[in-house]
Write a protein that binds this ligand. Structure first.
Ligand code: GAR
Length: 202
């Protein structure tokens, strides 16, 4: 049966666009069932609408985190979503969401975790002075940027870099890594041992 993905975003949506392109190219054997945002004005929603994908806005002010996350889980369950992809979704998810979708939520983060979790990861890495940073696709658990790692891509930091130029190269790496990680997870061709996500031996 065709797998169904939900993409959650809060802003620009360039990772969503990369996922949608990979779906269209047949690199991800799935369809995008819905794109959800907590922000009505998120540019990523316009792109989803242009592609004819259902969009859903769930604003959060005035709602407790637990109620918000339960409502979000219910919306995705109603659409028989198999895999949830966080793509710049700038909200922490509580157990009310993470439990019903345990092992079925991915996130992309713009650093080589566990270095530089949280906000402005590219700036954190730049200011720390690391020579190599990158991006990480990981399963989401109840912590902050803390679940088992599916895939990482390294990006060197150049002497000539600014936070902006470094962020742009990390973003290119994100656009390659996220579709690859989604395809792997949807294939089911992996096992998790402790924190390690392992591919079967060829
Ligand atoms: C991406 O760089 C993503 O890694 C980051 O937000 C950006 C969203 O861009 N996510 C986080 O920092 C999560 N902690 P996009 O809207 O163009 O995909």
């Amino acid at each position: 049966m065709n797998k169904r993905i939900a993409v959650l975003l809060s802003g620009r949506g360039s990772n969503f666009a990369a996922i949608a392109a990979a779906v269209n190219a047949g690199l991800i054997p799935a369809s995008i069932a819905v794109v959800v945002s907590n922000r009505a004005g998120a540019p990523g929603l316009d792109h989803a609408r242009a592609l004819g994908i259902e969009t859903l806005v769930l604003p959060s002010p005035g709602i407790t985190r637990a109620d918000y996350d339960s409502a979000l889980a219910a919306e995705l369950q109603a659409r028989s979503v198999d895999l949830v992809c966080l793509a710049g979704f700038m909200r922490l998810l509580s157990p009310s969401f993470v439990r019903p979708f345990a092992g079925r939520i991915l996130n992309i983060h713009p650093s080589l975790l566990p270095a530089f979790p949280g906000l402005d990861a590219q700036k954190q890495a730049f200011e720390y002075g690391v020579r190599i940073t990158g991006c990480t696709v990981h399963f989401v658990d109840e912590g902050l940027d803390s679940g088992p790692i599916v895939l990482q891509a390294a990006v060197p930091v150049l002497d000539t870099d600014t936070v902006e130029s470094l962020s742009a190269r990390i973003l290119e790496a994100e656009h390659r890594a996220y579709p690859q990680a989604i395809a792997l997870v949807l294939s089911g061709n992996y096992s998790i041992e402790g924190r390690r996500v392992l591919r079967p031996k060829q």
